[in-house]
Design a protein around this ligand. Sequence first.
Ligand SMILES: [Zn+2]
Length: 164
Amino acid sequence: MFAVGRCACAAAAGQRRFTMRTRTPLPDDTVALRQMLVAVGISLPLGFLATVAALLWLRHWAEPGPFWSWGLAGWLAHCLELGVLGALGLGAAVFAVLSRIQCRLGYHRCPFCNRVKKRFGELCSCPRVQGFLREAEEEAKRRPNPARRSGPRDPKAGRSPAGR
Ligand SMILES: [Zn+2]
């Protein structure tokens, strides 16, 4: 879609007037994110419409008769909740399938060691990532949690302006 290279005529003649910068290929993460956004963005309204259409068909199948009545409007309003649920369900299914495909194709990699992640959101086992995790755990242990009342209290917490 964005296959923009150098303008062939200008490059051949060595002119600078119409040269375009060669576009570097997008990183795999960016491609994967865009694919995911498009796929889920399409599947959400599709799931909504499919659910509402299926419910309409069920209603018409259960009570054959004239399709339109004013009761249908109120009934459709009740269907919206189920439509939203259907949209979320289809979106989640598309997300699960697509993320699995992307992981199999090697789109998601660790930014530090470039190892392919096996699952979406998985943390790598390389020393850098594990080091970050360890640091975060130590930091969490060192700081008192203000939301938790019980537990050891920091004696300096009362005097500091931030803590209570
Ligand atoms: Zn790694």
